[in-house]
Design a protein around this ligand. Structure first.
Ligand code: DIG
Ligand code: MN
Ligand code: MN
Length: 390
């Protein structure tokens, strides 16, 4: 990797932002908009100016929910041209199944079959938009798929409805030849008191039950796994190891708070480092998507600071990971902790003879305990590196 002293983002870094991120106008549950509306085309040129590679969108970030077919075609066509003119790609598309009041009881899991049918129609149309813009990843975030009271439906019925919907959309993807991969995004709560599929791990357990599991992966988000009190990189590592890391939502989150979608690395820098190190160590080739937004206190110059900060921090941590992997003292400790002890017991694939031998082996626990595990030194070397003194 070339050391990027200037940490300037380039297309090869695959940094992407959703229209709803840099276009976030700062409205929250307790306050109105603080920033003016930016059109999708203005957002695309802002992203291009900052060196981003891609832009993502929900259907209604671009096309109003009640647009006519002709209006939809015109909007998508001009947006596609704006992206092409700016050299910005559209790697991912998604659908809003959470903003309109009709989804107040959920979308795919709603009790009303007409709402479930409308959610499928809306999603297919959003897939059409994504396909027209060249997106090959389709994210599904079930923000309203949940409950305030479990009196409203049996939770296993909700899972069955979700499975039927995803199976249906996989068939649509096949029939239309879109070649899309679905990336399911978990979140434990907000806006519902409890959201089904609260964690990435739950989705990893759900995917094998689908008709086309090969077409479906996950889109873990930093803030969401953190809201569940989990180690985000571990969720990402499990998804990666299962071949299911189809997309990722990068941001940051302070402990035990609402979904803050903070600038990447702005809250837990060490966790961000282990994540970037993992993604770079495994040569993750997917988009680095920042599903985040600027502080409500920012104007649009501040929004640019926010977006540049997301990408800059990623590149700084990428360089730190490169240096960590090359650090002689760190390599020495890694070698020490991964080298085998003096004992002779080794377990390979199961065999009857091997198991019989293992059962009779005498372990010298005191001898095993003599092996040092200098994790304090290893972690301090990491901290030194992150603090810039190594
Ligand atoms: C929220 O974290 C969700 C929505 O913004 C969107 O559906 C998805 C896209 O990454 N993330
Ligand atoms: Mn979020
Ligand atoms: Mn997200």
């Amino acid at each position: 990797m070339t050391i990027t002293d200037d940490y300037q983002p380039r297309a090869e870094h695959k940094f992407s932002f959703g229209l709803w991120t840099v276009g976030n106008r700062g409205r929250d549950a307790f306050g109105d908009f603080v920033r003016a509306y930016l059109s999708p085309i203005e957002i695309v040129s802002m992203l291009a100016e900052m060196g981003a590679w891609g832009v993502n969108l929900h259907d209604n970030d671009l096309v109003p929910i009640d647009a006519t077919g002709a209006e939809r075609d015109c909007i998508v066509r001009s947006f596609k041209k704006a992206c092409a003119d700016s050299g910005i790609v559209v790697p991912m598309a998604t659908v809003s199944l959470f903003f309109h009041p009709v989804f107040r009881d959920g979308a795919f899991t709603a009790n009303d079959p007409e709402v479930r049918a409308y959610a499928l129609q809306k999603t297919m149309r959003a897939m059409d938009i994504g396909a027209e813009l060249g997106a090959k990843i389709f994210v599904l975030w079930g923000g309203r798929e949940g409950v305030e009271t479990d009196a409203c439906r049996r939770a296993d019925d909700a899972i069955k409805r979700l499975r039927e919907a995803v199976n249906y959309l996989c068939e649509y993807n096949i029939e239309r030849g879109y070649g899309m991969k679905f990336a399911l995004e978990a979140k434990p709560n907000e806006p519902r008191a409890d959201i089904y599929m609260a964690t990435t791990g739950q989705y990893l357990g759900f995917i094998p039950t689908l008709d086309h599991p090969e077409m479906v992966g996950v889109n873990p988000e930093v803030a969401h796994e953190n809201m569940a009190g989990l180690n985000f990189m571990h969720a990402v590592a499990q998804a990666w190891e299962a071949g299911k890391l189809f997309h990722i939502d990068l941001n940051d989150q302070m402990p035990s708070r609402f979904d803050q979608d903070l600038r990447f690395g702005s809250s837990n820098l060490k966790a961000a480092f282990w994540l970037v190190k993992f993604l770079e160590d495994v040569d993750y080739e997917g988009p680095r998507h920042f599903d985040a937004h600027a502080y409500r206190t920012e104007d649009y110059e501040g929004v640019k600071d926010f977006a540049r900060g997301c990408m800059r921090t990623y590149l700084i941590l990428k360089e730190k990971a490169h240096r960590w992997n090359a650090d002689r003292e760190i390599l020495g400790i890694l070698n020490e902790i991964s080298s085998s002890g003096r004992g002779t017991a080794r377990v390979d694939r199961y065999s009857k003879e091997g198991a019989a031998q293992l059962l009779t082996h005498v372990f010298d626990k005191d001898e095993i305990l003599k092996k040092r595990l200098p994790y304090e030194r290893l972690d301090q070397l990491t901290v030194d590196m992150l603090l810039g003194v190594r």
